[in-house]
Design a protein around this ligand. Structure first.
Ligand code: C5P
Length: 414
């Protein structure tokens, strides 16, 4: 293959810091060539080997190629007064594990941290690319396939395995992808990530709470999971993210500028404050449409009956639609009936670039689930029906749609 061409097409690697994890499979010797390709493309590489990997290839080979010591000892840090696995991940732009054995893949899926590669993996917040390599029977084991599925759903990238003759003599799927393919996949991931650098993304998530009295409030079933998944996906792509969140029990995405609010009015104020600067605005929040006309100062006492007067909250998205300039504006529509009709009306009324609609009565879709099944309606008239998938995967798909809009704008200059 033509290395020069490869180097040029992956110049994105220049100046990048790559962690290369090598695990104990026969394909470990090919990691040396991969390391050489990364170095040749201008990347800085640090190699981490598992104890088993050192049985297959000498650390000295990787040390010579990477021009740095090879990291392999979980406890070496205690001698040097640094916490290696944390230090390494802070600097990394990409973590490539090639070969990734069934053992290491399953340990990642299980969150096990019993060697330096695994502790580094658990601490890592950069994108991870796995190049599985193993015997066909091992690759086809349901546990391994399930673990790979789980990792992909969490946002891990995978390249290969290829089909071919394996070291054990069997022929089938399980061969590590050719190093040139792994190298190209690394370039693609870095390119995708850097394309969002400098972009400001404003996301709203979760429900709002509208107080009736000091004890009670009106709210809805929104968990915030979709908005938080979108925030994580945008951060992974290198964007700076402001997340305006109603009350949720979720761990805030690392690196996001989190603004916690309770009421629709507070969300309105926080969003408007950040709107003018934003490039992309995604409103996943399930904002309460009404609030009590009066918030009672004292607890309302039990009685025969109670009539609450409700007044409408401001429609934040509709306001943004009117103020919109350069922003890509995306709304969500949770519906129980007439999905298409309602989504298209909101798309137009709120001046959106696209709207993500789902039927919340459908199994596995909508509020408080880990999965969602949606239809996307675009301002240009197109629509897309996506299959049931995890909210994390859906976040990736939605940001891909945003990517396409950004590219369209760049080519038309609008
Ligand atoms: O009109 P509807 O509430 O169904 O529209 C849903 C979309 O509008 C969501 O993106 C939601 O975040 C947004 N919305 C809003 N302010 C409201 C109500 C909804 O921004 N008061």
């Amino acid at each position: 293959m033509n290395m020069e061409k490869n180097k040029q097409s992956n110049s994105i690697l220049a100046g990048k810091f790559i962690l290369l994890g090598i695990t104990g499979g026969i394909a470990a010797y090919k990691a040396a060539e991969l390391c050489r390709l990364f170095i040749k493309a201008g990347a800085s590489v640090r190699v981490i080997m598992t104890p088993a990997a050192k049985e297959f290839i000498s650390p000295l080979t990787l040390q010579t190629l990477s021009k740095h010591q090879v990291y392999d000892d979980l406890f070496a840090g205690t001698k040097r007064y640094t916490v290696e696995h944390v230090e390494l991940t802070k600097a990394a732009d990409l973590f490539v594990v090639a070969p990734a054995t069934a053992n290491t893949i399953s340990k990642i899926a299980g969150g096990i941290a019993d060697n330096l590669l695994m502790t580094t993996m658990l601490a890592a917040r950069c994108p991870v690319l796995l190049a599985p390599a193993m015997n066909t029977q091992m690759y086809q084991h349901p546990a391994l396939l399930e673990n790979l599925r789980k990792l992909r759903a969490w946002g891990y990238h995978q390249v290969g395995p290829a089909i071919g003759e394996l070291a054990c003599g069997d022929t089938g799927a399980g061969k590590m992808a050719p190093v040139e393919e792994i190298f190209a996949a690394a370039g693609r991931i870095l390119r995708q990530n850097s394309s969002w650098q400098g972009l400001k993304v404003l996301i709203t998530a979760g429900p709002t709470r509208e107080a009736i009295d000091p004890i009670r409030f009106i709210t809805n079933h929104s968990s915030g999971k979709m908005g938080y998944a979108l925030a994580e996906a945008a951060l992974e792509r290198g964007a700076s993210v402001t997340l305006v969140s109603g009350p949720t029990n979720l761990e805030p995405p690392r690196g996001a500028d989190l603004i916690r609010v309770n009421t629709a009015q507070q969300m309105y104020e926080a969003v408007l404050e950040h709107f003018d600067d934003a490039h992309i605005v995604i409103k996943t929040a399930a904002v309460a449409d009404y609030r009590p006309a009066v918030r009672q100062k004292e607890k309302i006492k039990k009685g025969e009956s109670l009539t609450l007067e409700l007044v409408p909250n401001p429609d934040i998205l509709a306001t943004l639609g009117k103020r919109k300039k350069q922003q890509i504006l995306i709304g969500f529509a949770a519906e129980t009936n007439n999905l298409e009709q309602n989504a298209l009306r909101k798309l137009k009324q709120k001046n959106l670039d696209f709207i993500v609609a789902n039927n919340v009565t459908q199994e596995g879709a909508g509020f408080n689930t880990d999965t969602n099944q949606v239809q996307i309606f675009f301002a240009g008239g197109d629509s897309k029906c996506l299959e049931l998938m995890s909210k994390k995967e859906l976040a990736g798909c939605l940001l891909q749609e945003v990517d396409l809009l950004l590219k369209e704008r760049n080519t038309t200059g609008s």
